[in-house]
Design a protein around this ligand. Structure first.
Ligand SMILES: Cc1cc2nc3c(=O)[nH]c(=O)nc-3n(C[C@H](O)[C@H](O)[C@H](O)COP(=O)(O)O)c2cc1C
Length: 318
């Protein structure tokens, strides 16, 4: 069987398939569908300092190719996570990554400091798509200085490996990736959801209560792949791809552009057990193509294929 083990940011993953934050509970809720021993890692739902009720309903709706959501980071807060979730996660037979979110830079620092001593947690993923209440409610991920400042404060608050999760809703994601690398991130996760919306023209009602929300699923894969590649091209730290992964060949596409692992989100909603089958499907695809180790496919696109700094063709002027 082809070797699937990959390493990144000091973490040894048995395979490059992780769950994506917010789509798989904190991880163990899904163990009867997807035993953790089959996965590379589990990424928790975003944990915030205080409990959050989330946004009013409806806060999720289907589109032609994927989901729109505005859950609003509903979660029971850090105390609950430390008391009820983290101790159980110690039994998870895979890498455990806790995703953290805040409204102020200090929130992220406090979360990181409090989680630093928790043995169940192997790494932290910093959700930079949270709105910055001290910065006009724009997400931290949209400004390189703010994104760097968050990582710098979190870095000073924990010894755990840090993944910075970026937003695709920016002009130059490579610039943000460089900023979080400078702030001390050990890896980049690319990407969170794309800003989208839907409307029923008959009723005039939006698909979700907040009108605009996060778009995810198969429709976003080309955008996520482009973002991941731009990050790979911009930084030396490893990149984890995320967005629209639904099959083993999707996993290999993200690896081909240079990602060391992927996170699988929306496709888990239609079948929460499929993520656990991806590793063996990945091994079969590799073997069928004559490869014995998944690492042989990482970065095969090559950084020199094109320069991400070059202007993309303008529609109609390609
Ligand atoms: C219902 C839902 C809830 C999500 N909640 C979070 C979250 O709490 N924190 C986070 O960083 N990302 C969250 N995400 C984003 C996913 O982790 C992922 O980045 C995004 O959906 C793209 O991957 P996908 O197309 O495989 O779903 C959520 C996505 C969905 C669909």
């Amino acid at each position: 069987m082809a070797s699937l083990a990959v390493s990144l940011a000091g973490l040894e993953l048995r395979n490059p398939v992780l769950s994506a934050s917010g789509t798989f509970g904190h991880g163990l809720e899904m163990q009867h569908f997807a035993p953790p021993r089959l996965l590379g890692g589990l990424v928790s739902k975003t944990v915030t300092l205080a409990p959050r009720p989330g946004n009013p309903l409806p806060r999720i709706c289907e589109t032609e190719a994927g989901l729109l959501n505005s859950i609003g980071l509903e979660n029971r807060g850090l105390e609950y996570y430390l008391r009820e979730i983290a101790p159980a996660m110690r039994a998870a037979e895979c890498v455990v990554i806790t995703n953290i979110g805040g409204e102020r830079i200090e929130d992220f620092a406090e979360l990181a400091a409090r989680l630093d001593g928790e043995s169940a947690v192997d790494a932290l993923e910093v959700n930079l798509s949270c709105p910055n209440v001290q910065g006009g409610k724009l997400p931290f991920a949209t400004d390189p200085r703010t994104a760097e400042a968050v990582l710098r404060r979190v870095r000073a608050s924990t010894r755990k490996p840090l993944l910075a999760k970026l937003s695709p809703n920016v002009t130059d994601i490579g610039e943000i990736a460089r900023a979080v690398e400078a702030g001390g991130a050990d890896a980049v996760t690319a990407v969170n959801t794309l800003l989208g919306m839907s409307v029923d023209w008959r009723t005039g009602k939006p698909g979700i209560n907040t009108v605009m929300g996060g778009y995810s699923g198969v429709g976003v894969k080309p955008v996520a792949l482009r973002c991941a590649w731009q990050c790979v091209s911009a930084v030396k730290i490893p990149v984890i791809g995320c967005g629209g992964v639904a099959s083993a060949s999707d996993v290999l596409e993200f690896l081909a552009v240079g990602c060391r692992a992927v996170e699988v989100g929306t496709s888990c909603f239609s079948d929460p057990s499929h993520i656990a089958r991806l590793p063996e499907q990945l091994a079969a695809l590799l073997e069928g193509a004559g490869f014995s180790d998944v690492n042989q496919r990482i970065g095969v696109l090559g950084k020199g294929q094109a320069t991400p700094a070059c202007r993309p063709p303008v529609a109609g002027h390609a």
